[in-house]
Design a protein around this ligand. Structure first.
Ligand SMILES: Cc1ncc(COP(=O)(O)O)c(C=O)c1O
Length: 377
């Protein structure tokens, strides 16, 4: 018998990451590529994080501290929680997956919104299960509909807030209302990868505050976005102590490396850098959104570091046309793209490329039928 995975694994559509800059530059022979496809931080990390990472290199022959003791202590102090409530992961992605693996029993399912983060579906499919979705309302999680769709088998409710790819966020009031209706048998996994970019005036959700109010939820955050450390892979989960205890049973012993731990610790301390990142993003996101509106597009209000736009043409064609002008964006549906907010000059190039792509220069298609001179029809 051939050595094959079970059918549920064979059916999984693998995650397709954004294309690497080097590969695109080589393929198209372009000197300059602007990558606005993976919601990365255009300013990069704090210089202090880079110094700490470089210093940690001299110890790479030693295993890392398994729990990330120093980083966990610093996070606990910053967030006002106990260190025993925090588990580090190789990106928050690992922890989203780990929660599903830790608590899943055959027959369990998950629930989330349509047009949300693809990893929730993957985490369930690898277990042979499914992640059901409910429609969005105005490109935003419809929390009423989610609450109504919870079934006895629903073990996990994944909420990305702000959401990827739409950038929209729900209010704290609306989320509390949902949590009040959630049965104890269902764990709300609140994914706050874009937490720092939220609009402080819009009754924003703060998962840690909800935990402190007594809601037994799992909150996921990351150093990949505002802290600019996507390449080092460091995320964390905060929850009630029992949740962290369970995840510590199932995670790999050395799941985060010592370079990432050191860099994240230094990045956390550089609050001025994070403030610069958030401010640049706010300014440029507004400008990019204005540019999209001038092109006749209508991005929903984003509280993240990217914009979502529905298009008058197939997204693959628009993305391909932009790529030929050296700008990589992410198709996120048949007629929708997601654009990461970049540096001012990157956003200018993006708007130029997008204008050319959505308003193609071909205005007329002449068809002679029957044709002259062939006579064919
Ligand atoms: C909503 C959301 N959650 C989680 C992640 C994973 O982030 P990481 O694994 O880099 O911490 C991402 C990454 O883009 C995301 O968009």
């Amino acid at each position: 018998m051939a050595f094959t995975p079970p059918d549920h694994v064979r059916r999984i559509q693998p995650y397709v990451p954004g294309r690497a800059v080097e590969a695109v530059a080589r393929e198209l022979g372009l000197a300059r590529i602007v990558k606005l496809a993976s919601n990365e931080n255009p300013l990069g990390p704090s210089p202090r994080a880079l110094e700490a990472a470089a210093a940690a290199l001299s110890e790479v022959h030693r295993y890392p501290e398994g729990t990330g003791f120093d980083l966990v202590a610093a996070l606990a102090a910053r967030l006002g929680v106990e260190p025993q409530q925090i588990v580090l992961g190789n990106g928050s992605n690992e922890l989203l997956d780990l929660v599903a693996r830790t608590y899943y029993r055959p027959g369990d399912t998950a629930l989330t919104s349509e047009n949300s983060f693809v990893v929730y579906r993957l985490a369930m499919e690898v277990l042979g299960s499914t992640c059901r979705t409910v429609p969005m309302r105005d490109h935003t999680y419809d929390l009423e509909a989610l609450a109504a769709a919870v079934e006895p088998s629903t073990r996990f409710l994944f909420v990305a807030n702000p959401n990827n790819p739409t950038g929209t966020a729900v209010t704290a009031t609306a989320l509390r209302r949902l949590l009040d209706r959630l049965p104890e048998s269902c764990l709300c996994c609140l994914d706050e990868a874009y937490f720092e970019y939220r609009d402080p005036e819009a009754d924003p959700v703060d998962g840690i505050a909800l935990l402190q109010e007594g809601y037994p939820i799992a909150v996921f955050r990351t150093f990949s976005k505002t802290y600019g450390l996507a390449g080092l892979r460091l995320g964390y989960c905060v929850g009630p102590r029992w949740l962290a205890e369970d995840l510590n049973r199932t995670r790999e012993p050395f799941n985060t490396n010592r370079i990432a731990q050191a860099a994240a610790l230094a990045a956390l301390a550089d609050e001025a850098h994070v403030a610069r990142v958030v401010e640049l993003n706010r300014r440029e996101r507004d400008r990019l959104a204005d540019g999209l509106r001038r092109l006749g597009l209508a991005p929903p209000p984003s509280q993240a570091n990217f914009l979502y736009a529905e298009l008058p043409r197939p997204a693959s064609e628009v993305a391909e046309a932009m790529l030929r002008r050296g700008v990589i964006v992410r198709p996120v549906g048949p007629r929708a793209i997601r654009i990461t907010v970049g540096l001012p000059e990157e956003n200018d190039l993006c708007l130029e490329a997008l204008a050319a792509a959505v308003e193609p220069s071909t205005r007329f298609l002449f068809v002679a039928n029957p044709n002259n001179p062939t006579g064919t029809a």
